[in-house]
Design a protein. Sequence first.
Length: 446
Amino acid sequence: MAGISLEATDLADLQLSSQNASMVKLLREVDGPVLRFGGNAVDRRFFWTSTGEAAPGSYKGDKAHPVRAVGPDDLIRVNTLLEAADAQVALTVDLGHYEPDRAADMVKNADAILGDRLLSVTIGNEPNGYGTNGLRPKGYTPEDYVRELKAYAKAIHAVAPDVPIAGPGAYSQAWWKPFIDADIPQKKIFTFHNYPLYSCDGAVDPKASPTLANLMTPLMHIRAEDYQKAALEAAQAAALETWLSETGIAACPGSNETSRTHASALWTADYVLNAAKLGITRIGFHSSLLTCTGGPPMSMLCSGGPYLKPNGEFAARANFFGLAMVSDLEGGKFLELQSSGGGLVYNYALKSPDGSTTVVIVNQNDPQVAAQTEVQLRLPQQPVTGTMSQLSGPSYEAEDQTVIDGADSGPAPVPERPTVPGFEYGSQDQTIKLTAGTVTVLNFTY
């Protein structure tokens, strides 16, 4: 279910190719990810053409966010990356410039080129903001959006009738139901966006400002869960699958004290697991292909090289490792779990298709302050093997020091992982001591 969200203009980036070994390696560590292309760029700086047209002069960008024309050759190149990384893709078409036929042509080409790797198409990005960001006149309403949505969906269905439509990709709950109720063909997926720490200066809500103190609290977990439950309730009433297609810790531009930190890895792992447990089937963390130096600090990955001169050697940040740590659990069925104590500790248990049990313990206690936690497990059967993988870091604030089993790479396959310390063969009762500031994945076979 785990994935990475990028700007639609990134489809034109030549580094998104099977020839880029560093990108292929990172995506493989997320274990079958979904790449979602959308973001603010799609309605402003993204121009689709299947005939080699130049982007209109009215499209505006800058050095860091240039206007890009994208065509079939770009999709062919991106598909080589998807195949090499065993990844899938979700696309967004431009609604900012109202051209239903151009959008339909993009989907027609994408369907032919990407095949089964194309999961969905969304029409526009965050339309709830159009009336205030200049993409539409002030007073643009959900009803206005639905009218345009219908025209796009009709044009798309005429040339690509099997491609699922997702939406609305909005960050306002008031725009959820209009999409859900819209009479359009191939409406299959409800998508929403959420950045839990949205109050950049703390004026609207001090508890939602991007600080470490706010990030590492039970309230952060509870608020995210409540918002996701509301989205699921709305979608499930209409029998729609639910995706959190764009998310991250904070919606604020520039750096803040949560950026690049070990705490962001701890938060990411819990956020993914809790969303999956609730019933969200896809999640995309918004990221960038810009350089590590000067690029967006919230991005899960970044390129080497000086600012605006990327060399295509991609590296992972701490939050990426939080994602990679739990991404291979897809297909498991969440089990009811009884737990108590431990402070900022969140526990998850899953039954895998092969019958094994996976227990994940996200210990968000401060590693500089908190003592080890003794965890006592009562397993459903008598285990014959027990393996362990662990994400760790020295402090909440630590940057570029998050590791998985001591290395800055994704976890090893389950059979290659070390045995759980103190594992007792054949005993349903297992005891393990866990350090604070860790994400521990335990797997038991019977």
